[in-house]
Ligand binder design. Structure first.
Ligand code: TRP
Length: 332
C-alpha cells in the first residue's frame, strides 16, 4: 500500500492514562503510519465518555492526560490532526442521517456494547450507549478515513461503519461516485496483553501499567502480578495466560522473541521473570515518560495543539457535511 494514500482515523475515550496494552496494540502502529507518510486523525472521544460514566466534571483533566500520552509516544501535531468530538459540530451532525441507516436490532446485537452494558455500574442504560457505534462511524467517515487501527473489541463498530458507508452510498450517491469509503480495520499483530490480575487490561480496573507510571509504580504493579504455581517459566499463552502475558510484555519492550526469552528465564521462576519485565518496561518507556513530564509543564502548548487540531477537523467536517446535505438534497 502506498502510505500517502492511507488516511487513518483512530482514537480513545478520555477516561484515564493510556497503558502498555494501548501502546503495543494501537499507539505504536499509529505513530509508524504517521512517520511513513499516512494522514493521521486522532479523536479524543469526549462525547463517547458520556455513554456510561458520570465523569464530565473531570473531563478536561482526562483530555489533557490523553493528549500528553499521544504527544509523548510520538504523535506529531505538525503532521497529525488531534481533536475532540465536542469541538466539531458538523461531525456530530452526521450522526442523524447515519442513524437512519441502521436498525434498532442491529444496534442491540453489537457484542462490544452488550459487554459494556454487562460491566456497567450504572442503573440505567442510556440511549447513547446503543448509538455510540454509529457516532463512531461519524468519527471515521467525516474525514473519509480508509484505515482504522483498532483492537479486536472494536471490530463490531467498524462493521457498523462499513454498513453505514455502504448504505449511504447506495441510497444517496450517484453510481460510481461513492461519498464514503468502506474503511478497513488494521489489527495489531501483537497478541493481547493481560492486566496484572490476569483479566483484560483496562484503564478502569486498576490492573494496567500506565505509560506514564514511574519506575517504582511499574515495579510495584509487576511485583503484584498474578502468575501460576509452576516454577519453570515458559511461553504458552493458551495454557499459562498470566505468565505468558508477562513474558510477552518483556519481549515486546525489548523486541525479542517471547519463547526464547522465556527459555532464558527458565528456572529463575516468577521472581526472575518479574525482574526482567520491570527492567524491560522501565527501559523502553523511560524516554516516553521523560518527554511526557516535560510536555506536562507547558499547558499553553497543549491547549494550542488542541485548538489547531479542532480547527482543522472542523474544516474537514464542514466540507463533508456540505457534501452529505447536497447528495441528500437538503440544501435550501
Ligand atoms: N471506542 C474507542 C475506544 O473505546 C474509541 C473511539 C472513538 C474510536 N471513536 C473512534 C476508535 C473511532 C477508533 C475509531 O477505545
Amino acid at each position: 500500500m502506498n502510505p500517502s494514500s492511507v488516511r487513518v482515523l483512530t482514537g480513545d475515550r478520555p477516561t484515564g492514562r493510556l497503558h502498555v496494552g494501548h501502546y503495543f496494540g494501537s499507539l505504536e502502529s499509529r505513530v509508524r503510519l504517521q512517520n511513513e507518510g499516512a494522514e493521521l486523525y486522532v479523536v479524543i472521544a469526549d462525547y463517547q465518555v458520556l455513554t456510561d460514566r458520570d465523569i464530565a466534571a473531570n473531563l478536561p483533566g482526562y483530555v489533557e492526560e490523553l493528549l500528553l500520552d499521544y504527544l509523548a509516544v510520538g504523535i506529531d501535531p505538525e503532521r497529525a490532526v488531534v481533536f475532540t468530538h465536542s469541538a466539531v459540530p458538523a461531525l456530530n451532525q452526521l450522526l442523524l442521517p447515519f442513524l437512519s441507516l441502521v436498525s434498532v436490532a442491529e444496534l442491540q446485537r453489537n457484542p462490544t456494547v452488550k459487554d459494556e452494558i454487562r460491566h456497567s455500574s450504572q442503573a440505567a442504560v442510556s440511549g447513547l450507549m446503543f448509538t455510540y457505534p454509529v457516532h463512531q462511524a461519524a468519527d471515521i467517515l467525516f474525514c473519509k478515513a480508509n484505515t482504522v487501527p483498532v483492537g479486536r473489541d472494536q471490530l463490531p463498530h467498524l462493521e457498523i461503519t462499513r454498513t453505514v458507508a455502504r448504505r449511504f452510498n447506495e441510497r444517496y450517491a450517484r453510481p460510481g461516485e461513492p461519498v464514503f469509503p468502506e474503511p478497513e480495520a488494521l489489527l495489531s499483530a501483537a497478541p493481547l496483553l493481560l492486566g496484572t490480575d490476569g483479566g483484560k487490561m483496562s484503564k478502569s480496573r486498576g490492573n494496567a501499567i500506565a505509560l506514564a507510571a514511574d519506575a517504582d509504580e511499574t515495579a510495584r504493579l509487576i511485583r503484584g502480578a498474578k502468575t501460576d504455581a509452576e516454577r519453570h517459566i515458559s511461553y504458552e499463552p493458551e495454557r499459562r495466560p498470566e505468565v505468558s502475558s508477562l513474558v510477552l510484555l518483556a519481549a515486546l519492550c525489548t523486541e525479542r522473541d517471547p519463547a526464547e526469552l522465556a527459555e532464558e528465564i527458565g528456572g529463575g521462576g516468577a521472581a526472575a521473570l518479574k525482574q526482567v519485565v520491570t527492567a524491560a518496561v522501565n527501559e523502553r518507556f523511560s524516554p516516553v515518560r521523560a518527554r511526557r513530564a516535560e510536555l506536562a509543564r507547558d499547558r499553553g502548548f497543549l491547549r494550542e495543539v488542541l485548538r489547531r487540531g479542532n480547527k482543522e477537523a472542523n474544516v474537514v467536517a464542514d466540507a463533508t457535511l456540505e457534501q452529505v446535505r447536497t447528495v441528500m438534497d437538503c440544501v435550501y
